[in-house]
Design a protein around this ligand. Structure first.
Ligand code: 5GP
Length: 193
């Protein structure tokens, strides 16, 4: 019988570099699948439908949530809603692939209680000041969105202790190697849950 895959949840405040770590992990680790989330936010110019997100309307999202299609879902930073499709995750896990989710802290805590053997990884910024610098540097938020993300970040940082692993992203290569090592060590049976 084929081994069922394992669910890895990468989470942490906005601007901490989760997206880049996720991309590097997917490039560098064979047999690791990504679950494309649904969101109600408007696409940015660089967003590809079905690759970065599936963009849906508020009504569609509400319907999908009512139908129980989401493994987890949350309204992030008081704005758009985001959700992970249950069926996508199950299909990959059944095929024996490990699955990586890159989601916010509220969603991660939902997954933790629903899938107790998932591996929870929190990405930590070197400091709050550095987080603000990075968020400002990417120019994707308005000033009020930025304020709201920084407020959420303060709350989210207090949740780090609920995670199995905390990864400091002060140096991208080092953090990326750390993530790789965590994922591979579960595969090799070194770390267990
Ligand atoms: P962005 O809109 O900048 O791509 O993402 C904003 C935030 O939403 C990020 O913190 C990201 O991790 C989170 N996010 C993306 N997809 C999901 C999801 O499916 N569920 C939850 N709960 N959060 C998500």
């Amino acid at each position: 019988m084929r081994h069922r895959g394992r669910l890895f949840v990468l989470s942490g405040p906005s601007g901490v570099g989760k997206g880049t770590l996720r991309t590097q992990a997917l490039k560098g680790i064979e047999g690791l699948a990504y679950s494309v989330s649904c969101t109600t936010r408007s696409p940015r110019p660089e967003d590809r439908e079905g690759v970065d997100y599936r963009f849906v309307s508020e009504d569609e999202f509400t319907r999908m949530a009512e139908q129980g299609l989401f493994l987890e879902h949350a309204r992030v930073h008081g704005g758009p809603r985001y959700g992970t499709l249950r069926e996508d995750v199950e299909r990959e896990l059944d095929a024996g692939h490990d699955v990586l989710l890159e989601i916010d802290v509220q969603g991660a805590l939902q997954v933790r209680s629903l899938v107790p053997d998932s591996v929870m990884i929190f990405v930590l910024p070197p400091s709050e000041a550095e987080l603000e610098r990075r968020l400002r540097g990417r120019h994707t938020e308005t000033e009020s969105e930025l304020r709201s993300r920084l407020e959420s970040a303060k709350r989210e940082l207090q949740q780090a202790e609920k995670y199995d692993h905390v990864l400091m992203n002060d140096d991208l290569d080092r953090a990326s190697e750390g993530l790789r090592r965590i994922i591979l060590s579960y595969r090799e049976g070194g770390l267990r849950k």
